[in-house]
Design a protein around this ligand. Structure first.
Ligand SMILES: *Cc1c(COP(=O)(O)O)cnc(C)c1O
Length: 387
């Protein structure tokens, strides 16, 4: 395939605006958390609206850790997570000495299932981390109802959900406790590495702000611009080092300005996949079914049906031979040695997640793909499936 260029699975969409803003940060003399981070946080909160506050961190993983700490998760507590997610969702629970309790997911959406949450609740359960898989919201009305009924907190893992509406409201503005977004390189908007913690609860935001920077009650930029002595600070807790540098926030400012345009393009591409892959031995991704809900299309996950006569692994190998990168989302937590062995998890306990994993392939879908790139992907899929 030397004459055709390899089409990678994902590429960030970075323009001159981002580049110029990063250069501006570099020339300004202030490269760590400062004015650009403050602007990015303000812009992000304004984008979501509804009175949320936003604090920028150096990854969503860091943000999830801060969120769980801020809602009071402690050693021995239990936190319910879907098995069908990235390990970050569960590892942050262990950071605090608490236990992630994996549950099975919905067969259509791959999202955490309310009935599975209910079945997993014990007297040690403190919180639920719903993951809006691929960019489609979980059944949040049900999850919020369960949390209220049992006095549980909700931390939404919104790594895929920018921008995702649920019944007319953006993810980040629902009645949960905290929501965390990711700006990792392959997400729908990127700062290279980065994340945003969002909440309407002032006490949670205040705690996350302090713990984000060593448990210090004033950050470096506050001290820099403040009238009281710049050298003075108080450490009020053993905190972490999770702040976002201005060099990253500079990218985020412009990625956020473009997010609606990115989303529109992803939606058009997803619709084209839906149209031109229909009728093949594939299960296409679920669409948002509620009025006022959408799919952010961070991922376009398909499942190969048994009658296709090709395994998922062979399908990915054949796509690679044709110069097209695919991926798998996710290898479920119950199959990962750390969670499988640490909590004696078996495949039988997660029949839906397990079967989904065996058949799942994520096709490339990103804004830097051209129409011709997508034509190539569609033609390759059709050829491999004998259509
Ligand atoms: C990417 C991802 C994360 C972690 O995001 P980082 O910013 O890389 O820490 C967490 N949860 C899910 C579901 C993800 O896909």
């Amino acid at each position: 395939m030397s004459e055709t260029k390899f089409l990678p699975f994902a590429l960030p969409d970075i323009g001159e605006e981002e580049i110029n803003e990063v250069v501006d940060a570099l020339r300004s003399g202030w490269v760590t958390t400062g004015p650009k981070t403050k602007q990015f946080e303000a812009d992000f909160a304004a984008f979501l609206g509804d009175g949320v506050e936003a604090i920028a961190v150096n990854s969503a993983t860091a943000g999830l850790h801060l969120a769980l700490e801020a809602i009071g998760i402690k050693e021995g507590d239990e936190v319910i997570v879907p098995s069908y997610t990235f390990t970050a969702t569960a590892e942050v629970v262990r950071y605090l000495g608490a236990h992630p309790v994996c549950v099975d997911v919905d067969a259509a959406t791959f999202n955490i299932r309310p009935d599975a949450i209910r079945a997993a609740i014990t007297d040690k359960t403190r919180a639920i981390i719903p993951v809006h898989f691929a960019g489609l919201a979980c059944d949040m009305d049900e999850i919020i109802a369960i949390a209220r009924e049992h006095g549980l907190k909700i931390v939404e893992d919104a790594a895929h959900a920018m921008p995702t509406y649920y019944k007319g409201k953006l993810i980040g503005t629902l009645d949960s406790d905290v929501t965390v977004f990711s700006f990792y390189a392959n997400k729908t908007m990127t700062t290279g590495e980065g994340g945003m913690v969002v909440s309407k609860h002032k006490d949670i935001i205040a705690r996350c702000k302090v713990m984000r920077l060593h448990g210090i009650s004033r950050d470096a930029f506050d001290r820099y611009v403040s009238k009281t002595p710049a050298w003075y600070y108080e450490v009020v807790a053993p905190g972490y080092k999770y702040n976002m540098p201005d060099t990253a926030a500079a990218m985020g400012i412009h990625q956020l300005k473009k997010i609606r345009g990115f989303y529109d393009k992803r939606e058009v591409m997803a619709q084209r996949f839906d149209r031109e892959l229909a009728g093949l031995p594939l299960i296409l991704p679920a669409r948002a079914k509620d009025e006022g809900s959408n799919h952010a299309w961070h991922l376009y996950p398909v499942r190969i049906k048994p009658e296709a006569g090709v395994s998922r692994d062979d399908f990915i190998a054949k796509m690679a031979e044709k110069g097209i990168g695919c991926s798998v989302h996710f290898i479920p937590l119950h199959r990962q040695p750390v969670w499988r062995d640490g909590y004696q998890l078996t495949r039988e306990q997660f029949p839906v997640a397990d079967a989904a994993f065996e058949a799942e392939v994520t096709l490339p879908l990103y804004t830097r793909m051209t129409d011709d790139d997508q034509t190539r992907v569609i033609a390759a899929v059709r050829e491999i499936l004998g259509a």
